[in-house]
Design a protein around this ligand. Structure first.
Ligand code: NAI
Length: 339
């Protein structure tokens, strides 16, 4: 089989590898589609502290089970599946409180273990989620990015009465917009970004109001309208955003952080306690695949609104470079395998 391998930072090859046999409890998935995420590019460029090389990247992928290991029900053969990249021990403290996404021995497919940019991948059977026939392939491949939004909303518990502010109209901001509008019917979702084209995408995903903070002060615009967000989600992830969010938030608001910056954020305690704000952080997803599959079955979200490009995997380098360089035109880029 052919696999997309990052040999070491900045060295990507399409390598011939032996077809793996699934071990006990595993299934082999013949990959059909995969999505490119920022972290794939970070591993390619050597900017992901968790990655070990050589590595088959890719943690958003969909395909068909074509072999099962010992102990796995043979009726799974031929099933269409989306793969949860989070592998956890099931025994540690975080696993015991329903947070396998921060398991003390967390393994993420495509980061710590070989992932889905490959003609075939072997994964634990329980990570391969059956996709009902009603869900198209091009939607099924997008389950994983939407699980990030499901994790955000799992913490924040949005209601119809919220006024939500989302920083960043990249893929993460857009999946969150769709979840807030489509699933939770939040009455007002505001999105702030510095790129007009991305703000237009946010509108297509359901944002009620978009603000370009390269052109105007976010605080001035919100103050002018007397808007105090009750739910703020940072999907732009600059360390300076937390203090601004604390300042802008309504009393009793919730703030959700998604960023992994190692730079300090300067914040004032009084701004948080004075309004009794709740601040959540979110990483990957905690058992959210069935949640998103349900959203898709009910037609509450539309992943196609995020997909701007599709490449055959032989052109993976072009695909990643486009993804890195063109934030105006590019949002989600898909790779096709074995078409
Ligand atoms: P992206 O880079 O495509 O999008 C970020 C957007 O934020 C861009 O459109 C950019 O113009 C905008 N932006 C940057 N600074 C801004 C500011 N000060 N004000 C307003 N807008 C600003 O990234 P993507 O894929 O959407 O991911 C967003 C962030 O989420 C990344 O930092 C990524 O590391 C993080 N992430 C976190 C996950 C988690 O589980 N916690 C999972 C996936 C991504």
């Amino acid at each position: 089989m052919k696999s997309v391998v990052i040999q070491k930072p900045n060295e990507l090859v399409i390598e011939e590898r032996p077809l793996p046999a699934p071990a006990a409890g595993d299934v082999r998935v013949k990959i059909k589609l995969a999505g490119i995420c920022g972290s794939d590019s970070h591993i390619y460029r050597g900017h992901n502290p968790f990655a070990k090389y050589p590595r088959v990247i890719g943690h958003e992928f969909f395909g068909v089970i074509d072999a099962v290991g010992e102990g796995v029900d043979e009726t799974r053969l031929g099933q269409r599946v989306s793969v949860d990249p989070v592998i956890s021990c099931g025994n540690c403290y975080p696993c015991s409180v329903g947070k396998p996404n921060v398991c003390t021995s967390l393994v993420v497919l495509g980061v710590h273990r070989d992932g889905g940019f490959s003609e075939y991948a072997v994964v634990p059977s329980k990570n391969a989620w059956h996709i009902p026939d009603a869900i198209e392939d091009k939607h099924a491949v997008m389950v994983e990015p939407f699980t990030i939004a499901a994790n955000v909303t799992g913490h924040a518990q949005p209601t119809e009465h919220d006024v939500a502010l989302i920083y960043g109209a990249g893929p993460m901001g857009l999946v969150t917009v769709q979840a807030l509008k489509g699933v939770y019917r939040v009455k007002q979702v505001i999105v702030v970004d510095r790129i007009e084209e991305r703000l237009a995408m946010a509108q297509r995903s359901g944002a009620d109001w978009v603000i370009n903070n390269a052109e105007q002060s976010l605080q001035a615009v919100l103050d002018e309208k007397g808007v105090k967000p009750t739910l703020i989600i940072d999907a732009a992830c600059h360390p300076s955003i937390l203090q601004e969010a604390i300042t802008l938030a309504s009393p009793a608001a919730r703030i959700v952080l998604m960023g992994f910056s190692s730079e300090p954020s300067q914040i004032v305690q009084q701004g948080i306690t004075g309004k009794e704000l709740s601040i959540f952080s979110t990483r990957l997803n905690a058992n959210k695949f069935p949640v998103v599959i349900d959203w898709l079955e009910k037609g509450l979200i539309n992943p196609e609104k995020l997909v701007t490009h599709t490449f055959d995997y032989h052109h993976v380098t072009d695909a990643i470079e486009l993804f890195e360089k063109d934030q105006r035109q590019c949002c989600k880029v898909l790779l096709t395998f074995g078409q």
